[in-house]
Ligand binder design. Structure first.
Ligand code: PMV
Length: 325
């Protein structure tokens, strides 16, 4: 095949990936657990064209900036090496959600690129291999390959072949929703890789953070197996706060939150005090995210949407894995 299209969903971790054991291969220091989120998707088409001198990359219909295009080209080089070709490609990628909204698009982006790129280059990979490949583009992309509730094992091999994600629950298995509040985005103060490295090098809490993930991960997986949302929610909220505490303790401290994020955390706890099953999480940016079941989703979305500083809310449900279109 010379042309292929694929779609993949973004994911949000309930047990976070924050720290690498290998920078070049994007190998994590600990495992992580995530939810694939419908309708936050990236669709990517890859078309090989032997007459091109360079890859041509468009994002949402416009020429991609140089940094983004270089990342895409570097990733395609991995596939070209396996396929034994130097052919360049036309890559058209589009997100169903505003890239500027500050939501991570690298996970869905590299998962869709891995699936479309490998098909276009006729590289036949199994799900685990695709996940390990997507990981090279962006760590969290490994989890968007299987989708659903995905568990990404840290692995122990130096070459990373045992560091990939697999699905531990299907969308129909468990009633999970996530309400995302888009808080005033603005440019990211620090990228996730730089933040992870600074934290690993300077935060006195880094070792304790990695150890706590090793406890949270099996606990979260058993909460999923038991369909115990309150238990899962407690672990997720605690894990997110510990990730941020560890980054805050770096030198200089990394503050991903805005005042709106903190107001949202208080709101979630207030709602919980009133009996709602809602829990807070947050990633490498200011957007508050609320984990809940379908029964509390509307109330959570309403309350979050009324919070000053929240521009809009996006209601998400558990979705599937990356697929060829
Ligand atoms: O995939 P990356 O390298 O952008 O890392 C994402 C890290 C967090 O979003 C902060 C946590 C996670 O597990 O997704």
């Amino acid at each position: 095949m010379r042309r292929a299209r694929a779609r993949a969903l973004a994911n949000v971790a309930l047990v976070k990936y924050f720290g690498k054991r290998d920078l070049a291969l994007n190998l994590p220091a600990a495992g992580s657990l995530s939810l694939a989120l419908e309708p936050l998707s990236t669709t990517t088409a890859v078309e090989l064209d032997g007459s091109l001198a360079d890859d041509v990359v468009t994002l949402d219909g416009e020429a991609a900036d140089q940094r983004f295009a270089a990342r895409v080209s570097g990733f395609l080089d991995l596939l070209r090496e396996i396929a034994g070709t130097t052919d360049r490609a036309r890559v058209e990628t589009s997100n169903s959600f505003p890239t500027a909204a500050g939501l991570a698009s690298s996970a869905s982006g590299f998962a869709a690129l891995a699936v479309a790129g490998s098909a276009a280059l006729d590289v036949d990979l199994g799900e685990g291999e695709l996940s390990a490949l997507a990981r090279r583009g962006s760590g969290s992309a490994a989890r968007s390959i299987p989708g659903g509730v995905a568990l990404w094992r840290a692995g122990s091999r130096a070459d990373g072949t045992d560091s990939y994600a697999r699905r531990v629950a299907d969308p129909g298995d468990i009633d999970l929703r996530m309400v995302i509040g888009v808080a005033d985005a603005g440019p990211k103060p620090i990228g996730s890789t730089a933040a992870m490295e600074l934290t690993r090098e300077t935060s006195p809490y880094y070792r304790a953070w990695i150890d706590s993930v090793d406890q949270d991960l099996p606990a979260a997986v058993s909460a999923i197996e038991a369909r115990d949302l309150p238990r899962l929610g407690e672990i997720a909220e605690r894990n997110a706060l510990r990730m941020h505490a560890t980054a805050l303790a770096a030198d200089p401290g990394i503050v991903f939150w805005s005042s709106t994020t903190i107001e949202a955390l208080h709101l979630v706890r207030r709602l919980r005090g009133q009996g709602l099953g809602v829990w807070f999480t947050c990633d490498a940016g200011p957007q508050p995210k609320v984990l809940c079941g379908s029964g509390d989703e509307a109330a959570a979305a309403r309350a979050l949407g009324e919070l000053p500083g929240i521009e809009r809310v996006i209601r998400c449900e558990l979705g599937g894995g990356a697929e060829l279109l």
